[in-house]
Design a protein around this ligand. Structure first.
Ligand SMILES: Cc1ncc(COP(=O)(O)O)c(C=O)c1O
Length: 465
């Protein structure tokens, strides 16, 4: 079958038998006729997976409207599917906004889904908004550190709660419309064991502090109607358990602090959650070198360097920018009992930095294919053409069992707009509240943490917005 894009292009989509392994899908794509250059690297995109992921999101966070982070991967088929599923879009540049508008969502939907909403964390941004878009809906970005996160976004973005209070008053004086608060702590990068107490403590203190501070100044601060919990939800195929764990923690907090507020919208900005597992990258071995290594007991063993046709300057920039350790799989199964050798994989460019990974692999030959699952997030979106290597082609597939569901979504009106409701409030047991555990440090960077000097939480919660 083929899909009609809003841009007018048509893209072919292969239907694969349910249960076909990724390796078999890559092999079938490699051997399919009509490919202009059979050795070029390519992405295989699983469109049915997107529908499954959206269902997973809706079941896990029924009150939270996802705004897909376009920076993660702006593949037009992926974005048009997400639009059809009712997602909004989180854009960070003119080009990203254009790529969303090119999807053909109606202006009514555009406004509802956030093109008119933007975040700020400093006064200069307020002046810019006042000059260029005074009717914009603004969301205050509060800094929420997690010490165990690999990407410390707080070093660059987010204001302290005290700064935030001043900014809210400044926005009011400038007659700007602040509609919400964003509190992004990057849950993806928190280790499983650390996630619960730290995230809970931080978010409880923040929401209580905001609740208090705003109520005391509610006569003067604009009404807020939304809260943004950001991105950072895990996206690899093996992280569904972690996702459920995180969303359970979030759901409890959202139910506790924001239920009974039908006017309040909770939004999130997931990128990798939707994009990561949809893409499998296939690369071809273009050269090989055997290197003998002498072990401490003077034995010589062969190790192999394989050079493939995508690397760190291309899709594997995620190694540098997103702290990913890619795992290669061999497309052609080796004979049973085949010896594996210490091997390393290298990209095609002239740079010694262009190393993908070390791995134990069976003996491979030039022309053999390898594939890497979970390569949809922060890969092609930041890839360069350094040394004249072009970005991989993209092919789309859907499994037989999800084909009908996918087509129903694809053919639905783009403004169908999913409806999201807040989860019911769980009972408040004071025994479970760990806000004041002194063992849980919050800020690790050189900037003061936003949660450091918050007053002890009150027993009574006062609505803010
Ligand atoms: C402001 C903001 N929102 C959302 C995201 C998406 O994060 P993720 O892809 O980890 O969900 C990012 C990533 O850098 C971000 O900076």
């Amino acid at each position: 079958m083929s899909l009609a894009l809003k841009s007018g292009d048509r893209v072919p989509v292969v239907t694969v038998a349910t249960g076909t392994t990724l390796g078999a899908q890559v092999q079938s794509q490699v051997s399919s006729t009509g490919r202009e250059d059979r050795e070029d690297p390519f992405y295989l995109v699983d469109l049915g997976r997107l529908v499954e992921l959206h269902q997973l999101w809706s079941a896990a966070l029924p009150g939270v409207h996802p705004f897909y982070a376009v920076k993660c991967n702006n593949d037009p088929v992926l974005m048009q599917t997400l639009a059809a599923l009712g997602c909004g879009f989180d854009c960070a540049s003119k080009a990203e906004i254009k790529s969303v508008l090119d999807l053909g969502v109606s202006s009514k939907v555009r406004l509802q889904k956030g093109v008119a909403t933007m975040t700020f964390d400093n006064e200069v941004e307020l002046y810019k908004v006042k000059t260029h878009y005074p009717t914009a809906r603004l969301v205050l970005r509060i800094r929420a550190d997690d010490p165990s996160a690999l990407c410390q976004l707080g070093v660059k973005f987010g204001c302290t709660v005290d700064e935030g209070k001043k900014l809210l008053l400044r926005a009011r004086d400038m007659e700007l419309c602040v509609v919400g608060i964003s509190n992004e702590a990057s849950p993806y990068l928190i280790s499983m064991s650390a996630a619960t107490p730290r995230t809970r403590r931080c978010s409880r203190r923040l929401s209580r502090c905001l609740t208090n501070s705003s109520s005391s100044e509610s006569h003067s601060v604009s009404v807020s109607t939304s809260s943004d919990i950001g991105g950072g939800f895990p996206g690899t195929r093996d992280s569904e358990g972690f996702f459920t764990h995180l969303t359970d923690v979030l759901k409890e907090g959202l139910g506790r602090y924001f239920s009974g507020r039908p006017e309040l919208k909770i939004i999130a900005e997931p990128g990798r959650f939707f994009a990561c597992s949809t893409h499998t990258l296939a690369v071809n071995i273009i050269s090989k070198r055997e290197v003998s290594v002498t072990t401490p007991n003077q034995e010589t063993t062969p190790t192999f360097m394989y050079f493939v046709n995508d690397g760190v300057y291309g899709s594997f920039n995620c190694i540098l920018y997103d702290h990913i350790t890619p795992t290669p799989f061999v497309v052609k199964s080796p004979p049973a009992g085949a010896t594996v050798h210490a091997s390393s994989l290298w990209g095609p460019t002239c740079d010694g930095l262009d190393k993908i990974c070390d791995s134990s692999l069976p003996l491979l030959q030039v022309g053999d294919w390898l594939y890497f699952p979970d390569m949809g997030a922060y890969t092609v979106s930041a890839a360069s053409n350094f040394n004249g290597f072009t970005k991989p082609m993209t092919y789309y597939a859907v499994s037989e069992d999800l084909r009908q569901r996918f087509l129903t979504v694809w053919n639905s009106e783009l403004d169908s707009g999913a409806h999201f409701r807040l989860p019911p409030p769980p009972p408040l047991h004071r025994d479970n509240v760990d806000d004041d555990d002194p063992q849980l440090p919050l800020a690790t960077t050189d900037r003061p943490g936003c949660c450091d000097n918050l007053a002890a939480p009150p027993q009574e919660l006062v609505p803010v917005f």
